[in-house]
Design a protein around this ligand. Structure first.
Ligand code: SR1
Ligand code: MG
Length: 398
């Protein structure tokens, strides 16, 4: 592939620019007739889908904007996140090549990543809301979590190598978003919060709950200080493409060295939204997904540990169990924060906001807030995935 000279000045691409780049990268024949559409529906980036007329599979060009699209130019954001994302996809791709998109090309100045077209798959959140089940989703995600997190941790890497990675993935702007929007603002009367009037008294109770604030402070401290592995950092069901046979994790622009339980907790919380919002007859399949994510994570992480543990203490009886217990407790706490922030914070989820009936929507949102609070406060007691699911079922009756 003839690589064009890297650009020296940043500019947001137009659809025509994106097509020109695709030709320049020799990703298509010069004679090919290309169609491009900007399809970005997330909070932060432009996403161009380019296909040759008459063909099914094309390419994706993702470009970071220098601000948060969801808020506007008043919220500047580092373009370096595009490099973080591409490097995380490449590093994680070494451990789970089937579960992440291929990266074809990157340009740090333009903040673009050219990658595999996954448009034959559907965003898992959308599919789950539409009632699809994705039988392999939880198995694949359990494996993704175990392998990406184990092989980037001190359990698998020589300490100097791990620190080299940790330095390359320092990601302060995107971490700040999570520190604020997930781990601080929803627990205070902050201007970024966004919730329905019908939740006012529920939210006021939350803001008055000092025991809750203390536990959130501990979780935030863990997020700020515990560089356990290269985490995805934003692993909700909108960051997963799925079909009945395939799963691909996308969008690791929030990646940094953080606590393993953060990724696990975000997956659990975003599946939990489905239990809370689905009709009763369709909840069981999601309970099973929750159980499978965790059991496959434990099985695969333990297998990697036995096979490839580098730290001498990985051979010490009881250490693996200690590590897994900590991951679990952190995951339950972070899941609680995710449930609350997606209900009353800045960035919501369609699983809840998409419920048309106002009475039902408010009831489900109240359950999400109460369940989130319970996960945060009771994470020491909810020691198993069965206890976690039982807790969901308990709050779901209300
Ligand atoms: C300003 S960004 C809001 C949210 O969108 C991203 O996907 C993250 O979840 C972030 O918290
Ligand atoms: Mg994203």
């Amino acid at each position: 592939m003839a690589i064009p000279a890297q650009t020296t000045v940043y500019q947001p691409l137009t659809e025509a620019d994106a097509i020109q780049l695709a030709y320049d990268l020799n990703l298509f024949d010069r004679a090919a007739s290309l169609h491009c559409q900007e399809i970005g529906d997330g909070n932060l980036n432009l996403v161009f889908h380019i296909v040759e007329k008459g063909k099914e599979k094309g390419i994706i060009i993702k470009q970071a904007l220098p601000y948060a699209k969801v808020v506007g130019e008043s919220w500047p954001l580092s373009l370096f996140r595009a490099t973080i994302e591409a490097n995380a996809l490449k590093l994680h791709g070494k451990f789970v090549p089937d579960l992440v998109p291929l990266v074809y090309y990157t340009d740090e100045t333009l903040a673009i990543t050219v990658m595999e077209d996954l448009s034959h798959l559907k965003i898992a959140r959308t599919g789950l809301i539409q009632g699809e089940d994705y039988p392999l989703l939880s198995h694949h995600i359990g494996k993704y979590l175990a392998h990406t997190l184990f092989y980037t941790s001190d359990y698998a890497l020589p300490p100097a190598k791990k620190k080299e990675h940790a330095k390359a993935f320092v990601n302060p702007d995107l971490c700040k978003i999570t520190e604020d929007l997930v781990l601080t603002d929803p627990f205070f009367n902050h201007e970024t919060n966004n919730f329905e009037v019908g939740l006012q008294s529920e939210v006021a109770n939350l803001w008055d709950d000092f025991s809750l604030k203390l536990e959130v402070a501990k979780l935030k401290k863990s997020f700020l200080t515990e560089g356990e592995a290269l985490i995805h950092g934003d692993l909700h069901t909108g960051s997963i493409f799925a079909s009945s046979t395939e799963t691909k994790v996308i969008d690791p622009e929030f990646a940094f060295y953080g606590p393993i339980g953060f990724d696990v907790g975000q997956v659990l919380a975003n599946l939990t939204f489905q239990v809370l919002s689905r009709p009763a007859s369709k909840k069981d399949v999601i309970y099973r997904h929750l159980e499978t994510v965790w059991t496959i994570f434990v099985k695969e992480f333990s297998h990697c540990w036995e096979k490839d543990g580098q730290d001498v203490f990985t051979k010490t009886d009881g250490y693996l169990e200690f590590v897994l217990e900590k991951v679990w407790k952190d995951a339950v706490g972070f899941a609680g924060c995710e449930l609350i922030r997606r209900t009353i914070g800045l960035a919501h989820v369609a699983d809840l906001d998409g419920i048309e009936d106002e009475k039902l929507r408010l009831a489900v949102k109240k359950n999400a807030i109460r369940l989130g609070r319970s996960f945060i406060l009771n994470r020491e007691k909810l020691a198993t995935i069965q206890a976690f699911n039982h807790e969901i079922a308990w709050f779901n009756q209300a």
